[in-house]
Write a protein that binds this ligand. Structure first.
Ligand code: CUA
Length: 442
């Protein structure tokens, strides 16, 4: 059977068709991180420019390519044709193809310059101020107007302009929430600003990223943004500004019945579908919050839980699997015991982390853990926040996130930094207790 004379042609055609299909497929679907989902004034401003540029660009492309094809066909070489006439320039044509692009550039530049000035202008003083501090590899967020310090999770009220002040603690990073605003770099010894007004309809959750290569775990430097109603935001700030709501050292010697549940029930309340009144909510309302032991329950009046529990968050829950190389026996964790271990400095957590209401925990190297149990994610958006992931994280974080400062804490674990087995450290029971405690901190 003879081969086709040009077997490559159908192959090329098939490849082109496949590529086109892939391109079309890439444009469909939910695409939760697409910049084309515009949920702020900033992104809409960019969208106007994008449409103008893509429209004019397409028109120019069709015109030029059409002219090219017509020329190729009309003036192609023909048998017995005499040599064509040689010409040198055409003044009218040259003036035209200088003027037309100049006009197009002016049409593009006017709205572009206007947008640059609009988006670079300093936000008005009444804007919500959020200080963003980049760390290798996590995000610290401060709300100076409300006395709130948190990590890796931003809450923003819909309809209010938010002004981000961007700093880095170490190397260059870049702050980016594709659906809300453009990237802006965090530069050493310099303050950058970015502002926008979120306008999503109803509460929503968005992924955020570091968009500037910053080392081993650059790809693992993510965060979450939740847009909520102004009332929910007001509630959230009051709650976040307060001390941790959960188990405390003071309750360590007192059996707290609502907390005597299996560790798994201490997972964050606002997992998708999570609602009010589950066991974690009960734990959140447990008595005794701050030292001294006689302090009244600190659940702020009117606080009904995290607003984000009311929205679908499946687009922001990481699905990174449990690391198989960290064995953990998953014993039942006692939060009261965990609170004591933590406050006493077992494992050294208090050297790097702060918990409002726990005087011994004043560290500022790692994320503030005051309300850590309320967060959806762990390790800057890399893992889901639950007992299983948190336990393995505490046991051997460097295995779960390359280059992380959080050290290996599990006894018997291989420490990738010292390249040796840990002869001291926390055992599985101690880790489970600390995890159970941390997850009560709503
Ligand atoms: Cu921080 Cu990349």
């Amino acid at each position: 059977m003879p081969f086709p004379t040009r077997p490559r042609v159908p192959v090329r055609a098939a490849l082109t068709a496949l590529l086109l299909l892939a391109a079309v497929a890439a444009c469909s679907g939910a695409a939760p991180n697409s910049i084309f989902h515009r949920h702020s004034d900033f992104n809409r401003e960019i969208d106007v420019l994008w449409k103008l540029l893509i429209g004019l660009g397409t028109a120019v492309f069709i015109f030029v390519e059409g002219l090219l094809i017509v020329t190729l066909v009309k003036f192609r070489k023909r048998e017995g044709q005499a040599e064509p006439e040689h010409v040198h320039g055409n003044t009218t044509l040259e003036i035209l193809w200088t003027i037309i692009p100049a006009v197009i550039l002016i049409v593009i530049s006017i709205p572009t310059i206007r947008s640059i000035f609009n988006t670079q202008a300093r936000a008005s003083a009444d804007a919500l101020q959020v200080e963003v501090i980049g760390h290798q590899w996590w995000w610290e967020f401060k709300y100076p107007q409300y006395g709130v310090v948190t990590a890796n999770e931003l809450y923003l009220p819909i309809g209010r302009k938010v002004n981000f002040t961007l700093h880095t603690n170490d190397v260059l990073h870049s702050f980016w929430i594709p659906q809300l605003g453009g990237k802006r770099d965090l530069i050493s010894n310099r303050t950058n600003y970015l502002w926008f007004t979120p306008d999503s309809v109803g509460s929503a959750a968005f992924n955020g990223f570091c968009a500037e290569y910053c080392g081993a775990s650059h790809a693992n430097m993510r965060f979450r943004t939740f847009t909520v109603t102004p009332a929910e935001f007001a509630e959230w700030t009051v709650h976040q500004a307060g001390a941790a709501v959960g188990t405390t050292v003071a309750t360590a010697t007192v059996a707290t019945p609502t907390l005597a549940t299996p560790a798994d029930s201490n997972r964050p309340k606002h997992v998708p579908g999570g609602g009010k009144g589950d066991s974690a909510q009960v734990a959140m309302n447990a008595p005794a919050v701050t030292t001294p032991a006689t302090a009244p329950a600190a659940t702020p009046a009117g606080f009904t839980g995290y607003p984000i529990s009311r929205v679908a968050t499946s687009n922001v829950i990481p699905t990174t699997p449990l690391p198989a190389e960290i064995a953990f026996t998953d014993p039942y964790g006692n939060p009261a015991r965990g609170a004591t271990l933590f406050a006493q400095g077992q494992g050294g957590c208090i050297g790097c982390h702060a918990i409002k209401g726990v005087p011994s925990a004043m560290g500022n190297i790692g994320p503030n853990l005051t309300h850590v149990g309320s967060r959806l994610t762990l390790a800057a958006g890399l893992y889901a926040m639950d007992a299983k992931h948190l336990a393995r994280w505490i046991k051997n974080a460097p295995v779960m996130k390359p280059g992380v400062i959080m050290p290996t804490l599990g006894v018997g674990q291989y420490n990738p930094v010292t390249k040796s087995k840990m002869t001291v450290g926390l055992d599985d029971q101690q880790i489970a207790d600390i995890v159970a405690y941390l997850l009560t901190l709503k």
